[in-house]
Design a protein around this ligand. Structure first.
Ligand SMILES: Cc1cc2nc3c(=O)[nH]c(=O)nc-3n(C[C@H](O)[C@H](O)[C@H](O)COP(=O)(O)OP(=O)(O)OC[C@H]3O[C@@H](n4cnc5c(N)ncnc54)[C@H](O)[C@@H]3O)c2cc1C
Length: 349
């Protein structure tokens, strides 16, 4: 018998596995490696919402958990995952520069927005009004993390690379799934949660995003550029560019429209040659109220959910995993803004 079954090995599932290992709990994981949003993600973490110049919900606390979490993972897997590179916001006018400096004076933002105006010195970038720098930002190589974490679990013989079939789960005090017995199960399936008959009452909307990868040897960008699109350096002259937001299309298909949208924006930002290398699409597990979905099933007391990481999975995953674990094992409360209890009235079975 194991303490936990985990379904899904994206950022949420990995964060929960790590929390279990830290507390010497036993577990097995099911993952069918299908359309993980974590594989496509830009991997950026940034505590500031740059559209509105506000601090993201609970960002300070989330960063305090996320930083040591990724450091520990780097050591454990012997990999470089966390690149602490600045995000530079490109200004489009003097008015925007003024808005930035007003925002950087506000108490909640003073630790995150630099008050220095940075002039553009890169001849491949069009930025006559310069930049503002966001502090405490970076990028986690989520694709590498997913790949390496899966092999780590495979070596421990605890990963089932297959689709979890909900119909086979027998709901007793000790759960039974095929030959596996478990005390608890945590579902961390990202947008695929909508196929989960136990939790499909939750309002996981999903927001499709598409990203391009370009090769631009003359761009020489050493920071993440935030403008109408993000340009994220990956090394070896490769950059991720995007992403789009589509609230209606729920497929994982790459579209010509999204590609054109990203390239149009990119062409107003850079003036050096580039080659298109890749085009990816994924669905962010977004929720109507933009808060995660964490907690216990309304009826079955050993079924749990860890989802709704939306656009900020990198920074959120370690914190939500920690809270869910403390809730299950120590009966600590979950922040009510992310506790699935807030949607209990939608449950009608
Ligand atoms: C284009 C794009 C760009 C993004 N950029 C960023 C960014 O820069 N920074 C950031 O923080 N976030 C970003 N995100 C959001 C981020 O990707 C998500 O918040 C996060 O990855 C969600 O992780 P998850 O583990 O909940 O879900 P997923 O990563 O989707 O993982 C779910 C896993 O569950 C598995 N699964 C599902 N159902 C089953 C089943 N029945 N049986 C077995 N396995 C199953 C799937 O195969 C998958 O591996 C971006 C997303 C997109 C689409």
């Amino acid at each position: 018998m194991v303490d936990y079954i985990i379904v899904g090995l994206g950022l949420a599932g990995i964060a929960f596995c790590e929390t279990l290992e830290k507390h010497n709990k036993t577990f097995v994981v099911f993952d069918n490696a299908s359309n993980a949003s974590s594989l496509v993600a830009g991997g950026m973490y940034n505590p500031v919402i740059l559209k509105r110049f506000t601090i993201a919900w609970n960002a300070q606390e989330q960063m305090e958990t996320a930083n040591p979490f990724y450091n520990a993972l780097e050591q454990k897997l012997n990999l470089k995952l966390d690149y602490k590179i600045p995000v530079l916001r490109r200004f489009t006018s003097v008015e925007e520069q003024n808005l930035w400096f007003e925002a950087s004076d506000r108490r909640e933002l003073e630790n995150f927005l630099s008050t220095k105006l940075i002039p553009n010195t890169n001849i491949s970038i069009l930025a006559p009004f310069g930049y503002g720098e966001v502090l405490h930002t970076g990028r986690v190589d989520t694709a590498l993390l997913l790949k390496e974490y899966a092999s780590y679990l495979e070596k421990k013989n605890v990963l089932y690379k297959q689709c979890f079939d909900y119909r086979l789960l027998q709901l007793y005090e000790i759960l039974i799934y095929n030959k596996i017995q478990a005390k608890n199960i945590v579902f961390a399936e990202g947008f695929a949660m909508n196929q989960n008959p136990f939790f499909d009452y939750l309002p996981l909307d999903g927001t499709k995003g598409e990203l391009l990868t370009i090769k631009a040897p003359k761009l020489k960008l050493e920071y993440i550029l935030n403008a109408s699109v993000f340009i994220i350096p990956l090394g070896n002259d490769l950059y991720k560019v995007g992403a789009t937001y589509d609230w209606t299309d729920k497929t994982h298909t790459c579209t010509a429209a999204a590609k054109a949208e990203i390239l149009d924006k990119l062409n107003t930002l850079i003036c050096c040659p580039y080659e298109l290398m890749d085009h990816e699409a994924g669905i962010r597990p977004t929720v109507k109220d933009r808060k995660p979905l964490v907690g216990i099933h309304p009826k079955h007391k050993n079924l749990y959910i860890l989802n709704g990481l939306g656009t900020r999975g990198v920074i959120l995953a370690p914190q939500v995993a920690k809270q869910l674990y403390a809730f299950i094992e120590n009966r600590n409360t979950i922040d009510k803004e992310m506790d699935v209890k807030r949607y209990e009235k939608l449950f009608q079975k």
